[in-house]
Design a protein around this ligand. Structure first.
Ligand SMILES: [Zn+2]
Ligand SMILES: [Zn+2]
Length: 374
């Protein structure tokens, strides 16, 4: 994966709490410890912990990989200079400045790619070393019960793949792209203004460094074609709404023998009409009769799998009170949650004569008002 814009801004060493000279082993150790502490399963509902968890994961993604760490160090070493004007108007602080037309679309990655001598992203002038494939994103909506149980599913993606006609060069088979004469293949042209040197994408080759005279008919010169792809995956039990699951190595293929990127799956969980969720606990509200609340007794409570469990109510159970049924929540590989039952006392709306007189009898026998405080 190409260096990212965040690399200028984020101190991954600080995030992991290690020194810049930390060994790979120390970095892994620091990461594991933080990941354990901050894991969302351990901190349900704690947004700050989740945010930290993400930061720590992002930091380890880079520092945990020797090749990427080297690049990161390099970027940071030149960071203050690049930051002088590269991200906005020339600030005049540094020795040189970039003027990047379009920061989106890997623009920075390409520029940094050029700095590191790996060439631009076109397949035709493929860079020197192996290059990790891009991370891809997709979204998936699943049912509440599937999220609770875990689910084997197939994700259908349309992804960019190397064009099968031209092998990614973008040129018609039998021809080859030629080096752009305007920029000499760099893809960038410099405009020297005193101590600043502004670089901008070459207008002749659009920053690609090469020109295709006779484009491939399949990909029209891009070197890339869309291909439908199916990724089978097993989602773990207890997946949460809004969670992003990273499937290692299921993203875009790498270049020149580099590893594939990851596939990020954004999960939406459809709400259940009956059950709710709090971490690994399930919640459900069950109506009970006044007599059941007053006298106590066993009631049947539905479980997510369609069955029932018996809940024993004490005499004098209050409306709105919560009762825990152990082990009937979400069963993750790590632990099993509980079922939290909120009981709601139903007050009868239509009384027959017998019921009315029974309640009147109760009213007469009741000497203390609930509003009396003594
Ligand atoms: Zn092609
Ligand atoms: Zn050019």
């Amino acid at each position: 994966m190409a260096p990212q814009r965040e690399w200028f801004e984020k101190d991954y060493y600080k995030t992991l709490g290690v020194g810049e000279d930390a060994t790979a082993k120390e970095i892994t150790k620091a990461y594991r410890k933080l990941a354990r502490e901050l894991h969302p399963d351990k901190n349900p509902g704690d947004d700050a912990a989740e945010e930290r968890f993400k930061e720590v994961s992002a930091a380890y993604d880079v520092l945990g990989d020797q090749e990427r760490r080297t690049e990161y160090d390099e970027v940071r070493r030149m960071g203050p200079m690049a930051g002088a004007g590269g991200m906005g108007a020339p600030g005049g602080r540094g020795g040189f400045t970039f003027n990047m037309g379009d920061m989106q679309d890997g623009g920075l990655g390409d520029i940094l790619g050029n700095m590191f001598g790996r060439g631009a992203r076109t397949g035709g002038r493929s860079g020197v070393g192996p290059r990790r494939g891009a991370d891809l994103e997709t979204s998936l909506t699943i049912d509440f019960a599937d999220a609770a149980r875990g689910l084997t599913t197939a994700l259908h993606l349309t992804t960019d793949a190397t064009c099968s006609t031209c092998g990614g060069s973008g040129a018609r088979p039998g021809t080859a792209p030629r080096v752009c004469s305007n920029c000499g293949g760099r893809g960038m042209i410099d405009d020297n203004q005193g101590m600043f040197s502004f670089s901008s994408p070459c207008p002749v080759c659009q920053g690609q460094g090469s020109v295709i005279d006779d484009p491939c008919p399949t990909c029209r010169g891009s070197g890339i074609e869309k291909r439908a792809r199916e990724v089978k995956t097993r989602l773990p039990a207890g997946v949460r709404d809004g969670q992003t699951i990273r499937l290692k190595g299921r993203g875009a293929p790498g270049r020149n023998g580099g590893p594939a990127g990851d596939l990020l799956v954004h999960i939406t969980v459809r709400p259940h009409e009956r059950f709710g969720r709090k971490g690994d606990d399930l919640t459900v509200t069950v109506p009970i009769a006044f007599a059941e609340a007053a006298l106590g007794g066993d009631i049947e409570v539905p479980t997510l799998d369609g069955g029932h469990v018996t809940l024993r109510l004490k005499p004098g159970t209050q409306s709105g009170s919560r009762h825990r049924v152990r082990g009937k929540g979400i069963e993750t590989p790590r632990k099993t949650g509980d079922l939290i039952v909120t009981v709601h006392v139903e007050v009868p709306r239509d009384l027959n004569d017998e019921q009315r007189s029974a309640i009147e009898e109760l009213a007469r026998a009741t000497t203390i008002s609930p509003r009396t405080t003594t």
